[in-house]
Design a protein around this ligand. Structure first.
Ligand code: DGL
Length: 273
C-alpha cells in the first residue's frame, strides 16, 4: 500500500456511515487517534442501508467516497458494516489511498478471542445475507463455526435510547437464544448501533460470551496502518473533527450525542450530486 505524495500526515481521515450509527466508530477513532483530523459523513437522508440491495449500497458508497476524496482525505474508513460487507472492492477501484472496512478487524479480534471455535455474528439483514463476516473468518480459519443472525430491531432500539428496558431485553432474548443454543463463546457486534446495547446483549447471550465491537477494533487497526505507512498525525493540539450529513433527522442532537459520547459542534447538511 502506498500513498500519493499530495497526502500529508495532516490530511484528514474520512469516515462514513449510512447515518449517525457510525459515530460509535468515530468515538473509538477519537480515542485511539486524538491527533488526527477527521471528517465524518453520515448519509442520514438515505438510511437505512441494512435493508437495501447491494447495488444501491455500493452506488451510495461510491458517491460518498468521491465526496471524501475531494476533501483530500489520506484514508477512508467505512464505518457502516453493511457498506463494508458489499462495497470495499468497488471503493478500492476508485482510489489508491487505503480503504478500510470494519469486517476484517472485527473478525481478527473474534478469532483471537475464541477458545471453542464457535463465533456468532449479529448485524443488519444486508450484512448477514452478504456472508462477509463468515467468508472473512473462513479465510483465516476454516475450522471455525460461524453462526449469524440479523437483528434489525436493535437499530431502532439504539436510536430511541431503549437500551436496557424490558422491551429491549425481550427482543434481545428472542434474537439471541438461537446463538446461545449453539454455545458460541464470542459474538461480533456487526452493526454500528449494537455497542449501544452491549449490556443488554451481554445479559441475553450470557456474560461469559466475549463481545467484539468491530468499530473499536477498526480504530486500533487504523492506528497500526498509519504507523506502518508513516502517516500518523503527531500534531499538537488535538485533531479537528468535521461532520457532514445529508439530512437532519429528528432528535439528531440527542441521538448523535448518545452515539458519540460528546456533543457535535461542526456539523453541516449537504447534498450529494
Ligand atoms: N450503519 C448500519 C450498519 O452498520 C446500520 C444502520 C443501517 O441499516 O443503515 O450496518
Amino acid at each position: 500500500m502506498s500513498l500519493k505524495k499530495k497526502y500529508t500526515t495532516k490530511s484528514p481521515i474520512g469516515v462514513f456511515d449510512s447515518g449517525i450509527g457510525g459515530l460509535t466508530v468515530a468515538r473509538s477513532l477519537f480515542e485511539f487517534l486524538p491527533n488526527e483530523n477527521i471528517i465524518y459523513f453520515g448519509d442520514t437522508a438515505r438510511l437505512p442501508y441494512g435493508t437495501k440491495s447491494k447495488e444501491t449500497v455500493v452506488s451510495y458508497s461510491v458517491e460518498i467516497a468521491k465526496f471524501l476524496l475531494n476533501k483530500n482525505v489520506k484514508m477512508i474508513i467505512v464505518a457502516c458494516n453493511t457498506a463494508s460487507s458489499v462495497a470495499l472492492h468497488r471503493l478500492r477501484q476508485i482510489t489508491k489511498i487505503p480503504v478500510l472496512g470494519v469486517i476484517k478487524p472485527g473478525c481478527k479480534a473474534a478469532i483471537a478471542g475464541t477458545n471453542n471455535y464457535k463465533i456468532g455474528v449479529i448485524g443488519t439483514m444486508g450484512t448477514v445475507q452478504s456472508f462477509a463476516y463468515k467468508t472473512q473468518i473462513h479465510k483465516y480459519d476454516r475450522n471455525i463455526d460461524v453462526y449469524s443472525k440479523a437483528c434489525s430491531l436493535f437499530v431502532q432500539l439504539a436510536e430511541d435510547g431503549w437500551t436496557d428496558n424490558k422491551i429491549a431485553k425481550l427482543i434481545a432474548k428472542e434474537y439471541l437464544t438461537e446463538l446461545k443454543d449453539k454455545k458460541i463463546d464470542t459474538l461480533i457486534l456487526g452493526c454500528t448501533h449494537y455497542p449501544i446495547l452491549s449490556e443488554t446483549i451481554s445479559e441475553a447471550i450470557g456474560k461469559k460470551v466475549k463481545l467484539i465491537d468491530s468499530g473499536r477494533e477498526t480504530a486500533k487497526e487504523v492506528k497500526r496502518i498509519l504507523e506502518r505507512l508513516n502517516m500518523l498525525n503527531e500534531q499538537k493540539p488535538a485533531g479537528k473533527h468535521k461532520f457532514f450529513v445529508t439530512d437532519f433527522q429528528k432528535k439528531f442532537k440527542e441521538i448523535s450525542e448518545r452515539f458519540l459520547g460528546q456533543p457535535i459542534h461542526d456539523v453541516k447538511k449537504i447534498k450529494l450530486n
